[in-house]
Design a protein around this ligand. Structure first.
Ligand code: ADP
Ligand code: MG
Length: 685
């Protein structure tokens, strides 16, 4: 058994060897050239119009799947009403090229006629003229993308606050509403009967007519364009921010990602893809009925995305083509074979069975099988990484931060006697529980301040209120003079406050490099357009950002540098802590908030990290630290604050605080003295 598997893998390896011998760069170019050559030659070589039509439909579904992949795959927003945007684009073209709307001709329309959008036409009643809309298909493609994107934003603005299941339900509702409106607003859409006489596109004066070939080429070009757009978005600052939201919304916000804006952007771009496809689809069918855009379409596109590989650009294209051709080619062929087989063996059931109507059942089965055996889809978005070799793992650690890091622009704060952070009278209540009670705390610029206290004393809540994660009931938090209370989490990061979390919040399926690059989000400028167009400044920005991160990771010696392409979910606990600190450092913070950074580390690792934090502080990073290990606190901190039940019970130099009676009592229990007395009693007895 094992022999046969190994021989089969070596057989395929032998087959692949000449291909794998080509370097990856040229191999990719060759593969793509071959693929597009086949795609472009297909209608010429295979001149069956019905098959070309099926391929054009499959390509249209591929563009839909690419759009939904941005929403569901990249940004992680479950959208069950995606077909609504498909419908919007479809009806836009359908209405503006058919005879559905015929307002009376007026001087205004004569003006519009200059742009070739309308033409006068004798009215049916015989008197006067009416308007015939003649929007060009080529203009309608970008227009429907823009209109659908605008609808996506209008719909998304109030609903994208919702997450997961709630968002799914709201989008489901939206997806139901649009076809219902189309069915009932008969004066605009001709209701259930559908639009008639939708114009075919023309190119250089030639109408596309009823031949499938020109549509096929338009669809293939759309797929190519949207693959390019998807790939470029994914590999940009925007794509990283989407994936950050998908993996951990709170961490994304804390690292400077404006969640509302980026979610809306994903929704709008996804909707734009669908709107464009709608125009294409209706131009091809030359009709539009409400049934074409119902819930089954949304589900089908979602199945294509899941089947191909959520978040995988090529995966969803392959998934869409496969499932669409399964429906239009293979199931029909299979039905015919089964029927013939039935008549051969004399089975009436097999003779009359028809697989095509059971397509949804078949999709369901495919989905279940995929979930059981290949969850990441046909072409997974992330590939498994090879583990490091023994030598790589045990290479000498270059410990600490040296002066070489100064030019990196890390820190640079000097102890000039001013205060970086001033917390005054901050109170935070969770219902009846007062987690922080009129807390005062200052962090001098360039200093290291530690916060200690028993579990549940409000330390993490203090960090949360400073970074905008929980609202304060009263008080003020000033950072270099600016009030932080009332600002959103991403705005606070932008001011230079970066943090880590007690229970590590990384983006698990992303690589070390991607995680740390997300920390730079607020310091980079590339937006959606420059991500797609890639102007020279944006390329340079990306290149420099990556070089900066690679250099900065050396702060941790070779703990992280050899692992930049590994998914952080696979790292050791200590390394995950380091990635989180590196991610915070990548935002070039003026103050670094570390919530129990050495929790879960062994003594050697703790010592190493303490040393690194100390060196970072020497470079001029102001640090506010929550820490349980008192030796770490004593070596690092200038000042220590002790919290107990939300109150600051002591503050001062580490040694003073260590001797404070109240602190001992808080740490060792209410009756530390009593315990001492008790020991005395035992001794006497
Ligand atoms: P520490 O970090 O010092 O261990 P925390 O700041 O996490 O303590 O918690 C302080 C108190 O506030 C605890 O009693 C905790 O249960 C409560 N608490 C923290 N966050 C929340 C929240 N989001 N909702 C309700 N209670 C909370
Ligand atoms: Mg805590």
């Amino acid at each position: 058994m094992s022999a046969s598997t190994s021989s089969s893998t070596s057989f395929s390896a032998t087959l692949m060897r000449p291909i794998m011998a080509i370097p990856p760069g040229p191999r990719k170019v060759m593969g793509l050239t071959l693929l597009w050559a086949v795609a472009l030659l297909f209608p010429i070589v295979h001149s069956n119009d019905a098959d070309i039509d099926s391929m054009a439909n499959a390509a249209a579904y591929a563009t839909l799947a690419l759009g939904l992949n941005i929403v569901v795959g990249f940004a992680g927003l479950l959208d069950l009403g995606y077909a609504a945007f498909f419908a919007i684009g479809a009806y836009l073209y359908g209405i503006l090229t058919s005879f559905q709307l015929e307002p009376a001709w007026s001087p205004f329309w004569a003006f519009v006629q200059h742009f070739g959008l309308v033409a006068p036409m004798p009215a049916e009643s015989g008197t006067g003229q009416v308007v015939h809309f003649t929007l060009s298909f080529w203009l309608a493609l970008p227009l429907s993308a823009i209109v659908a994107a605008a609808c996506g934003m209008a719909f998304g603005a109030p609903t994208l606050r919702l997450r997961g299941d709630y968002l799914a339900i709201v989008t489901l509702g939206f997806g139901e509403i649009v076809p219902i409106v189309a069915r009932n607003w008969a004066s605009l859409t001709n209701g259930a009967a559908g639009l008639n006489g939708v114009a075919a596109p023309t190119l250089f004066g030639h109408s596309f007519g009823v031949s499938a070939t020109p549509y096929y080429y338009v669809a293939i070009l759309m797929v190519a364009l949207l693959i390019l757009v998807s790939n470029r978005l994914r590999d940009s600052r925007i794509g990283r921010a989407w994936m950050a939201i998908r993996e951990d919304e709170i961490a994304a916000g804390a690292m400077g990602v404006n969640r509302t804006r980026l979610k809306l952007l994903a929704f709008a771009i996804g909707a734009a893809f669908a709107g464009m496809t709608g125009t294409f689809y209706v131009a091809k069918l030359q009709t539009a009925t409400p049934e074409m855009f119902g819930f089954p379409v949304s589900v089908m596109v979602l199945v294509m995305v899941v089947f191909g590989g959520i978040g995988s650009v090529w995966g969803v294209v392959v998934g869409a083509f496969f499932l669409q051709l399964l429906q239009s080619w293979w199931l029909q062929d299979l039905t015919i074979w089964i029927n013939e087989f039935g008549s051969l063996v004399g089975s009436r059931f097999l003779e009359h069975v028809d697989l095509v109507p059971s397509i949804e059942l078949i999709f369901g089965i495919i989905l279940v099988v995929m979930m059981l055996y290949r969850r990441d889809g046909l072409i997974p978005a992330t590939r498994a990484q090879k583990a490091l070799s023994f030598d790589q793992q045990h290479a000498v650690v270059r410990r600490g931060v040296t002066e070489d890091f100064l030019p990196l622009g890390l820190g640079g704060e000097s102890r000039d006697g001013t205060n970086a952070l001033e917390v005054k009278g901050v109170t935070v209540r969770f219902g009846g529980l007062t987690a922080l009670n009129a807390v005062d705390l200052v962090v001098p610029t360039g200093g290291v301040v530690a916060v200690i206290g028993p579990n549940g004393s409000g330390k993490s809540t203090l960090f949360n209120v400073i970074t905008g994660l929980v609202p304060a009931d009263s008080g003020s938090i000033r950072f270099h003079g600016d009030e932080l209370i009332g600002l959103a989490d991403h705005e606070i990061l932008k001011k230079g406050v970066a943090r880590t979390f007690q229970n590590i919040r990384l983006f698990p399926t992303l690589t070390v490099l991607q995680n740390v690059m997300i920390g730079m989000h607020a310091r980079l400028k590339t937006g959606p357009f420059s991500a797609v167009i890639r102007p020279p400044w944006s390329r340079r920005e990306e290149r420099e950002a990556e070089a900066w991160v690679l250099e900065m990771l050396k702060v941790f010696g070779n703990r992280l540098s050899p692992r930049i392409t590994q998914a952080v979910g696979a790292l050791s606990y200590a390394n995950r802590r380091r990635v989180e600190i590196a991610r915070a450092l990548a935002s070039r913070p003026r103050i670094l908030l570390l919530d129990e950074p050495t929790a879960g580390m062994n003594p050697a690792e703790t010592l190493e990290l303490a040393e690194q934090v100390k060196m970072l502080n020497k470079l001029g990073v102001t640090v506010l630290l929550i820490e349980h290990k008192l030796d770490v606190v004593t070596t690092l901190a200038d000042t220590v604050y002790v919290l107990d039940h939300g109150d600051v019970i002591a503050s001062g130099k580490p040694d003073e605080v260590r001797r404070n009676d109240e602190v001992l009592r808080a740490y060792l229990g209410r009756n530390a003295q009593a315990a001492n007395a008790g020991m005395g009693a035992v001794h006497v007895a």
